[in-house]
Design a protein around this ligand. Structure first.
Ligand code: ATP
Ligand code: MG
Length: 405
């Protein structure tokens, strides 16, 4: 991608009303744009990052048998009424009435809709278990939407749902999701804790949140030295002084929902003795746009963002230090074309602007490796990592080798 045509250009200043680091940096660097409070466009750079986050999630969820699909976001009132959540979840739901006076809600989650889908298609124990998921927009009437893209009124979530013939099978799968989530957040480079928390909208069982340690977090979690799991503030027992604590951002949440939904929505299966039994159900969410914001909160410095390799919008930020009219310009183009041909994703700064501005933009955008081609580098290429102040001169082949291609 040529930076001269990349939309939009970076900005010199963060928006005046921006309070959080992710808001400031993501807007300045041209990853997101705010339409109104809690509502964001993923610009080309931001869209690439979220696509990479989603790909990591997809690989790990597919590995535990999840089947990807896509569900509608406009939901009829009748289905939400079956569990009583049309009224109970009134505060978060955006509701609307069409010209025929029919009532709908915009999706804030999908449990009821998935239940309806499953009961139309599943009759026997032989059809179970099943695990289905999608990536889609969620709408929530969030009263406070001040943390940049961490809290949207419209945001992207991966939600997975599983249905089972027994509590044992549900809890077995629940543990598989827990380890898949641990792999996802480890691949993203997060320092996170698995946190025991209170139930979802209705459950009386515990749920588990995945919390990334960060001062930008709205949650506080507590754990005892050496303990694997932490606990959320809401379920803290005993003396706080006996615990370690930290601020944290919730990036994922998993819910064992039992037979609560099946009983209310009359979703039964026939067991191997021909007896009708309610289906066991679980749901599992990760907010992928919140994950992008969290990455910025934990991986940045004074000059800008520092993307982990796996989710960076590009593998390489190639900076040509000669204007398009210089004799050296063809070399930048050549390196760009050779890298692209080798399957490397390159953002090539081909603009006719001062070197200082190019370097400042490269630091702000945060691609982990910067390459420079200029008359000083000769037939070599300068390699510099975003986290280091040292650089080295390499041949093209050495660059490819370091990139592991
Ligand atoms: P919070 O406590 O932060 O309001 P929640 O517990 O209501 O979140 P869940 O219903 O558990 O959220 O949703 C699953 C995941 O979706 C969360 O772990 C988070 O990553 C993401 N998420 C929830 N609300 C938002 C939001 N308003 N903006 C962006 N992501 C969100
Ligand atoms: Mg939650």
């Amino acid at each position: 991608m040529k930076q001269s045509v990349l939309f939009p250009k970076t900005r010199k200043e963060a928006p005046k009303d921006a309070e959080s680091i992710n808001h400031k940096l993501l807007v300045k660097a041209g990853f997101i744009d705010q339409l109104m409070a809690g509502s964001w466009t993923l610009l080309p750079l931001g869209f690439r990052v979220v696509a990479k986050i989603n790909q990591i999630i997809r690989e790990e969820i597919n590995a535990i048998g999840g089947q990807e699909m896509l569900m509608p976001l406009l939901h009829p009132k009748e289905i939400w009424n079956e569990t009583g959540r049309w009224d109970k979840a009134d505060e978060v739901m955006y509701k609307l009435t069409d010209s025929r006076k029919k009532e709908f809600a915009l999706s804030f989650t999908h449990e009821e809709i998935v239940m309806d889908l499953l009961r139309k298609n599943i009759t026997s124990y032989q059809d179970l278990p099943v695990a289905i998921y999608h990536f889609s927009t969620k709408f929530r009437n969030e009263l406070r939407a001040k943390s940049g893209i961490l809290r949207g009124r419209e945001f992207m979530m991966k939600d997975l749902y599983s249905a089972h013939t027994s509590e044992e099978d549900l809890m077995d799968y629940y543990e598989k999701v827990k380890s898949a989530y641990s792999k996802i957040f480890t691949r993203l480079g997060f320092n996170f804790k698995i946190v025991k928390a209170s139930g979802g909208v209705f459950t009386d069982k515990f749920t588990h949140e995945f919390q990334v340690l960060s001062d930008a977090g709205e949650d506080t979690i507590y754990w005892k030295e050496g303990d694997k799991e932490a606990v959320n503030e809401e379920i803290m027992e005993g003396d706080k002084n006996d615990y370690k604590s930290a601020k944290s951002i919730e990036v994922g949440n998993i819910f064992p929902l039992g037979t609560w939904y099946a009983e209310r929505m009359r979703f039964y299966y026939m067991d191997n003795m021909g007896k009708k039994k309610p289906v066991w159900f679980g749901s599992y969410g990760i907010g992928s746009t919140r994950v992008m914001g969290t990455l910025v909160e934990v991986f940045h410095d004074d000059n800008g963002i520092i993307w982990p390799k796996e989710v960076s919008p590009f593998d390489i930020h190639l900076v040509g230090l000669n204007g398009p009219h210089s004799a050296e310009a063809p070399r930048g183009k050549k390196v760009y074309e050779m890298l692209t041909k080798a399957g490397v994703e390159v953002l090539w700064d081909d603009r006719d602007i001062p070197a200082g501005e190019k370097f400042a933009d490269a630091d702000l955008i945060g691609v982990p490796v910067r390459l420079v081609v200029s008359d000083k580098t000769g037939d070599k290429i300068e390699w510099k990592e975003r986290t280091s102040s040292e650089s080295k001169l390499l041949s093209f082949d050495e660059v490819i080798k370091l990139l592991d291609r």
